[in-house]
Design a protein around this ligand. Structure first.
Ligand code: IPM
Ligand code: MG
Length: 356
């Protein structure tokens, strides 16, 4: 029997609800495909602050490192917004990413045919969109030193080394080789030195991938092109903050931010999480869309464990529920046959994923 261990970090807001559904689906497919997952829960964000005073207790880092992968819900909420920066929930997540050295954040954007009308953009613009944002996750302005808030003045530093750019660029080109063989590297090289270094380094890496078409695009133009003609993109390679912004923008192509999964990987560890936040305004009501988290669990099976069949089962089940018209409230107005709760959606996907 193949056995895997997964650190479960539910977090805050809708985090616990959506993680429960992902576990439901994982349990269903593991039975079908003959493997076993042992879960270990760990605290992060507000949930950790409430118990320990620290957004990321040592024990959480230890559990996350010991397990074969981490499945994470979401963190944050108004309750913890006024805390000093180093005590905020978000700091916990950033420290976790850093501790696991998951430098590559992969955010695929799929537009499900069944939902082309769910986007605020015209169906003909988005139909057939299939892109992935490859975001550098543990460098750039999020982590650069010096940084400070000093009364009348505050500053952060956007810094990248060539090594950091090289390793994320390689990931992007490797992924492009398995897709449509196109990389769009996004920067602000017309203004920033750090972007010039980014661009020069990406060009160097590109020399090892002669089959891949590389283009460079300024981030402001990329933001515009994403809504003008998203089909032009295959792999978008970019730094931490540009990737943060562009991936939220790109998520709306699919109709709901509640649909998009992500994988953060490094040499050793993998952290899987929906790209959306903790949505404290709808927490506990059973209306959150669990699909992004369930799809993140599928990415974990595929990338971390090599359980392709189980991952395919989940991805197909998600397509099927959408095709059959089941919608959580966020997508209720888009050809819904039946509006279902968070838990009903999880059960349907678990059921479909175990059929055949
Ligand atoms: C994301 C989030 C995080 C980020 C926050 C919660 C720190 O927006 O995963 O995109 O900025 O990376
Ligand atoms: Mg974000």
């Amino acid at each position: 029997m193949r056995r895997y261990s997964v650190a479960l970090i539910k977090g805050d807001g809708i985090g616990p609800e959506i993680i429960d559904e992902a576990v439901k689906v994982l349990d269903a497919v593991s039975v079908k495909e003959g493997f076993e997952i042992a879960y270990k829960e760990a605290l992060l964000g507000g949930a950790a602050i409430d118990v320990t005073g620290d957004p990321i207790p040592e024990e959480t880092i230890r559990i996350a490192k010991e397990c074969d992968a981490v499945l994470f819900g979401a963190i944050g909420g108004p309750k913890w917004d006024d805390l000093p920066r180093d005590k905020r929930p978000e700091t916990g997540l950033l420290k976790l990413r850093k501790a696991l050295e998951v430098f590559a954040n992969l955010r695929p954007v799929t537009v499900y045919d069944e939902l082309v009308n769910a986007s605020t953009l015209k169906p003909e613009v988005i139909q057939g969109t299939d892109l992935v944002v490859v975001r550098e996750l543990i460098g750039g302005i999020y982590f650069g030193q010096p940084r400070a808030y000093e009364g009348e003045k505050a500053y952060n530093t956007m810094v990248y080394t060539k090594d950091e750019v090289r390793r994320i660029a390689k990931v992007a080109f490797d992924i492009a080789m398995k897709r449509k063989k196109k990389v769009t590297s996004v920067d602000k090289a017309n203004v920033l030195e750090v972007s010039q270094l980014w661009r020069d380094t990406v060009n160097e890496v590109a020399a090892d991938f002669p089959e891949v078409a590389l283009e460079h695009m300024y981030v402001d133009n990329a933001a515009m092109q994403l809504v003008r003609d998203p089909k032009q993109f295959d792999v978008i390679l970019t730094g931490n903050i540009f990737g943060d912004i562009l991936s939220d923008e790109a998520s709306m192509l699919s109709g709901s931010i509640g649909l998009l999964p992500s994988a953060s990987v490094g040499k050793e560890h993998g952290l899987y999480e929906p790209i959306h936040g903790s949505a404290p305004d709808i927490a506990g009501q059973g209306i959150a869309n669990p699909i992004a988290t369930i799809a993140s669990a599928a990415m974990m099976l595929r990338y971390q464990f090599g359980e392709e069949k189980a991952a395919d089962r989940i991805d197909e089940a998600i397509k099927r529920v959408l095709k059959e018209g089941y919608r959580t409230k966020d997508l209720a107005s888009f050809d819904a046959k039946e509006v279902v709760t968070t838990s009903e959606m999880g059960s349907l996907i678990a059921q479909y994923a175990s059929e055949v």
